[in-house]
Design a protein around this ligand. Structure first.
Ligand code: SAH
Ligand code: MG
Length: 221
């Protein structure tokens, strides 16, 4: 087998992206606005976004929950292959991020299907148990990493049996492997990955796309 160097690997990623992960006008607009507004450019990649879209579609998801909206980039991917009656609830704590996301959803013509909740997910998630938009077929975690273990536990109250729990940044830029002095976020991601792998209520894998996407199938309580 040929070992790919970084340059060849990046060429393969660009090749795959050119084939299967085309951004919409709204996706490109979000990318440009994140830069123009000096906001973090830590959205999922197009290839990861398309994977989110396919996982949602394959699972037949209609009720989706995202924790950590940023500019709405991943949210637009999540609903991109779903029928008109699908609904995404997405939670964002930073007002500047929420302003951008609202504008993005409007530009994409998605304000009907996407409901943005502003606030701290640690406070809002308990209130979503029994919400009219739930129980959820898919939960995508992408907010503060230190809270991932708590979000995993919340997800078991929010997901329907057979639903999907997705966790972004499972590799946390490599810090899950070799950080000798892990901070709260690194410890949070490590704990989340370990629990998802070992908890008998989940069947799990980690997809090595971009910064790692943890995928868990929730079997029920
Ligand atoms: N999912 C987005 C990227 C999210 S970045 C995408 O791929 O397009 C992480 C986001 O989580 C940031 O916008 C940050 O403000 C938000 N966040 C961090 N802690 C949070 C919390 N406790 N509750 C809600 N949102 C939070
Ligand atoms: Mg992320």
């Amino acid at each position: 087998m040929v070992e790919l160097d970084r340059e060849a690997w990046n060429a393969c990623l660009a090749y795959a992206e050119g084939l299967v992960a085309h951004e919409t006008e709204a996706h490109r607009w979000i990318g440009a606005e994140l830069e123009a507004r000096g906001l973090p450019r830590i959205q999922v990649s197009p290839l990861e976004g398309k994977l989110l879209a396919l996982l949602a579609a394959l699972g037949g998801a209609r009720r989706l929950l995202e924790v950590g909206t940023l500019g709405g980039y991943s949210g637009l991917w999540l609903v991109s292959l779903l029928p008109g009656d699908a609904r995404l609830v997405t939670i964002e704590v930073d007002p500047a991020h929420a302003v951008l996301a609202r504008e993005a959803f409007r530009r994409a013509g998605e304000e009907e299907r996407i409901r943005l909740l502003e606030g701290d997910a640690r406070e809002l998630l308990p209130g979503l148990v029994g919400d009219a938009d739930g129980p959820f077929d898919l939960v995508f975690l992408d907010a503060d990493k230190r809270s991932y273990p708590e979000y995993l536990e919340r997800s078991t109250e929010l997901l329907r049996p057979g639903g999907l729990l997705l966790g972004d940044n499972a590799f946390w830029d490599g810090r899950v492997v070799d950080d000798p002095d892990p901070d709260e976020d690194t410890r949070g991601i490590r704990e989340f990955n370990r629990r998802l792998a070992e908890d008998p209520r989940f069947q799990a894998t980690i997809v090595p796309v971009r910064d790692g996407l943890a995928v868990g199938r929730f079997l029920g309580r």
